[in-house]
Design a protein around this ligand. Sequence first.
Ligand code: F0G
Length: 457
Amino acid sequence: IKYIPEPFRIKMVERIKMLTREERIERIKEAKYNTFNLKGEDVYIDLLTDSGTNAMSDEQWAGIMRGDEAYAGGKSYYKLVDTVKDIFGYEYVQPVHQGRAAEKVLFPLLLEKGKVGISNMFFDTTRAHVELTGAKAIDCVVEEAKDPTHRAPFKGNMDVEKLEKLINEYGKEKIGLVVMTITNNSAGGQPVSVQNMRDVSVVCKKYNIPLVIDAARFAENAHFVKQREEEFKNSTLKEITREIFSYGDMFIMSAKKDALTNMGGLLAIKEDAELFQLVKGNTISFEGFITYGGLSGRDIEALAIGLQECLDEGYLNYRVGQIEYLGSILDDNGIAYQSPAGGHGLFVDAKAMFPHIPYYEFPGQALAIELYIEAGIRTCDIGSYMLGNDPETGKQRQADFEFTRLAIARRVYTQAHFDIMAEALIAIKNRAKDVKGYRITWEPPVLRHFQAHLEPV
Ligand code: F0G
């Protein structure tokens, strides 16, 4: 397919450098084979995450100058609150410094030991914050998400039948919350349909369980709904967003993704004033006063502007189009990935590329290491390495997928960079049988993949 041209021109540039292959082999060894330990300056194309890596617009940079740094009641805060109310239709809005801060503020108010949280799929920090309260986190994504080659329009959806079964199994009073992650990051940036939101909300209402939207990539999700859900083909992305959020009771958001900023987060509640009072208490303890929530006024200003910019259809066609372009080259070369292409990246099926590496030797991590050695591309594992050990048994868990995620920063890389990504993957595929697995030599107890040390098997 054709590459959709950038709907912007470049006004400022940042130099990047390419090390030699020998230097890269040395650097990744020094980093204990953990891509999070690499220095940014030793990376040529950084696909570690789409979080906080976005290029801001001239409008956002102008907003940075206008940011109001008042400790309490700043102008930028009110602008953000009005913007959030306008786009999402929720009454109570709390800025926080990033997504996991919203999780830390909210989850202890809904969960405790003995309780259960169910999600279409928890992202690793949301899972960690559920488990930190002592509660159990259960994923409940549709079965079709588990087959990377099966192309379905909404592979991020919740399996609603299974959800209801789980609620009955544990008892409804045990279920502290249901989380809908849009798009479903860990399943490959796959979207959730409006119909699925409706069905999940009916179940949550029936059993009186709060429905939380984890909204980091809400705009990409709205784009997919417009493309793929007949009922919404003539709706604006803002109308679709309103519709989706009308089914939730509250949302948490890492604003470092779709909202096109480098730092920021949000927590919003549709109508529960009592819960919002508790949220404000936790925010003051953990984040800062309620009108800045751990952010500078300038960050809040950039966020308010980014929330409007990200719902532009031309931008999203280009953004998602870049990833579909890369996917089409991989299709031509027989490289499997979670298909169709996701909203914020391509999740390459490392299990298919390295059938000889078992899950406990981390095929997704092996491919991440090879991409760095091959072309200075930094990625990460979304598989058993990221999933970690079972908190009850301490045993390595087997993930449903073994992906290597090529997460694409917004408005940052051009077509030539995408061609390099494709060439690197093709080169690795051609020598796949010689690639070896890895074992962990040291790991911390929580969120180990960020810090662990590895060595080749
Ligand atoms: N929820 C989802 C769905 C996420 O993807 C992330 C972060 C978070 C919550 C936490 O937000 O980083 O602002 O604290 N995902 C990043 C990623 C880190 O690379 O996918 P945060």
